[in-house]
Design a protein around this ligand. Structure first.
Ligand code: VG1
Ligand code: CO
Length: 544
């Protein structure tokens, strides 16, 4: 194999965020930009010579070009085998599974997840380690440090690989295997859930459903599993063809962006169950006829009912949630007497807990839930979990949710996002909040007395690593919380996220609208951070 060493100039902005490096496509198209970052990753890793690397992405614009570039750099750096999803496609959870199943050294996932795609939109790249999960902070920190000083990259002189033809070939000692992106994942789902029960429930018409793939990666997965394997009617999957620009939409599964599904679920002709997934297939939105299930509630309900699912019949070793996720799952853990861990935002923090067997199930308020079956959050897995639950309990989504609230109380929850705020303003908002922290405990605001106010710092109980500055938390005596943090996945300015929650034990007050129930906390959050005042905005860009 002929290998070239190309001289390059470093870029100073290749610091991975919450989930990999995300930038505008135009940034990735700069000379050597992608090459530098990939070489910086390989330079920071050890022991991969002759081993295999998994490659795949969510099919967004630039996916195919990037894969060809990466193939040549990986070949030149001495990998022995590249396992690539056909067409360059792999959903994030499927990539995680493929890494684990084939014992790969690691994988590169090309995605900017819920961010929009297209020539003027976003692209991203993320390295996952051999457990199938996102690289921990010590690795991503090393990639960044290396990227700041890199002065050359290696690339193999070879033709582009045919990404569409399934099978293995050998090029100068490098094995290249193109796999069906769905097969292994579908098999895994079959091993977790009761497919026979699901088939019966769907074919008998007991469960009707609509799944919105948002013109993103889950289309082929949902069609294979929901339609081909479980017998759902063909029109149950909408927007099921992956498009490079997601049809011009944000592939972000929430009521604002999955509006086609949302309208259906709140109409007279709503099916029993509705769900959506994001650009790379790791997020999920769960709805039922006339009801939206918040991701935090979904996690708690899954934890409370996991024993009804074949793979979790023996119960859960423990659960975890990201810090801003509501405390609903904590109540389930307390009642089941299992541990509950609070981690920083981002799936990479669950990996050690899953590997150590300390938790079985975990989730985030940002429409992400998952378990120890892979090391990423998993959108379709969550969909199948809920379908299995409905089939097993023979209850509607609304009944399952209301019963859960009756038993555990309701954690009324919402998140307000202020997007593309000018970075200096966003930073000053956080600095001002930080300054107020020492004064806040003991202060009384209406019925709310501040119990604690701090900046979340996480110590990993498995490897002892410390992650600082993971968001500002203000907790009240009555269990309510306000959390502020800046997003680590955006590509324009800064996004301020404000998370609000209030515990309501009284069942007669469970059917309140979250915005109304949380109105006092919403006003208090503005009083503390002044985002509206400082940006001149009147409302958040997105409410979830
Ligand atoms: C957001 C979510 C976080 C999630 C991350 C990646 O990060 O808040 O919970 O893990 O996206 O999700 P941030 O830093 O923007 O708040 V995905 O589906 O975009 O890979
Ligand atoms: Co995603």
């Amino acid at each position: 194999m002929q290998i070239q060493t190309i001289t390059t100039q470093p870029y100073n902005d290749q610091n991975p965020g919450t989930s990999g490096l995300r930038k505008k496509v135009k940034v990735f198209q700069q000379k050597g930009y992608l090459e530098n970052f990939v070489q910086a990753i390989f330079d920071s890793l050890e022991g991969y010579t002759g081993k295999s690397l998994v490659l795949g992405g969510d099919g967004r614009y630039f996916n195919r070009v990037a894969i060809q570039t990466i193939i040549k750099i990986a070949a030149a750096n001495g990998f022995g085998e590249l396992i690539i999803g056909q067409g360059g496609l792999l959903s994030t959870p499927a990539a995680s599974h493929v890494i684990r199943k084939y014992g790969a050294f690691g994988g590169l996932i090309l995605s900017a997840s819920h961010n929009p795609g297209g020539p003027n939109e976003d692209f991203g790249i993320k390295y996952n380690v051999s457990n199938g999960g996102p690289a921990p902070e010590k690795d991503t920190g090393a990639f960044y440090q290396r990227s700041l000083v890199i002065d050359n990259y290696k690339t193999a002189v070879m033709d582009d690989v045919d990404l569409d033809c399934i099978g293995s070939q050998e090029i100068d000692g490098l094995k290249i295997t193109i796999i069906d992106p769905v097969n292994d994942y579908a098999e895994l789902m079959q091993s977790i859930f009761d497919f026979n029960l699901l088939k019966q429930s769907i074919s008998s018409g007991y469960i009707t459903l609509m799944f919105d793939a948002m013109s993103a990666i889950t289309g082929p997965y949902a069609k294979r599993i929901l339609i081909d394997m479980l017998g759902a009617p063909a029109d149950s999957v909408i927007n099921g063809t992956p498009l490079e620009d997601f049809g011009g939409h944000h592939p972000d599964p929430n009521l604002a962006h999955a509006h086609e599904l949302a309208e259906k679920m709140f109409s007279d002709s709503a099916p029993v169950f509705g769900a959506a997934s994001d650009g790379d297939g790791d997020r999920n939105m769960i709805t039922g006829s006339q009801i939206f299930v918040t991701p935090s509630d979904s996690l708690a309900i899954m934890a409370a009912n996991a024993h009804l699912i074949p793979a979790y019949a023996k119960g859960l070793s423990g659960v975890a949630r990201s810090m801003p996720t509501s405390q609903a799952v904590d109540r389930v853990a307390a009642s089941y007497k299992i541990p509950c861990y609070e981690t920083p935002t981002g799936w990479k923090f669950f990996g050690n807990l899953l590997d150590a067997g300390k938790i079985t199930l975990c989730g985030e308020e940002s429409f992400g839930t998952g378990s120890n079956h892979v090391r990423e959050k998993d959108g379709l897995w969550a969909v199948l979990f809920w379908l299995n639950l409905i089939a097993q309990r023979r209850q509607s989504v609304a009944d399952i949710v209301h019963e859960h609230w009756q038993k555990f109380g309701r954690d009324i929850y919402c998140r307000h996002d202020y997007e593309a705020v000018e970075t200096p303003i966003a930073n000053s908002i956080v600095d001002n909040l930080r300054k107020q922290l020492p004064e806040l405990p003991g202060q009384v605001f209406g019925d709310y007395t501040v119990k604690f106010a701090d900046e979340f710092c996480y110590e990993d109980s498995v490897d002892g690593s410390i992650s600082k500055n993971q968001g500002i938390r203000i907790g009240f005596e009555n269990g309510s919380r306000i959390v502020f943090r800046l997003s680590g996945t955006g590509t324009v300015g800064a996004t301020l996220r404000i998370y609000l929650e209030k515990y309501e034990p009284d069942a007669s007050l469970h059917n309140q609208d979250a915005q109304i129930a949380l109105a006092f906390l919403i006003d208090l959050a503005e009083q503390l951070c002044e985002v509206k005042k400082l940006t001149g905005r009147t409302a958040p860009d997105v409410i979830t």
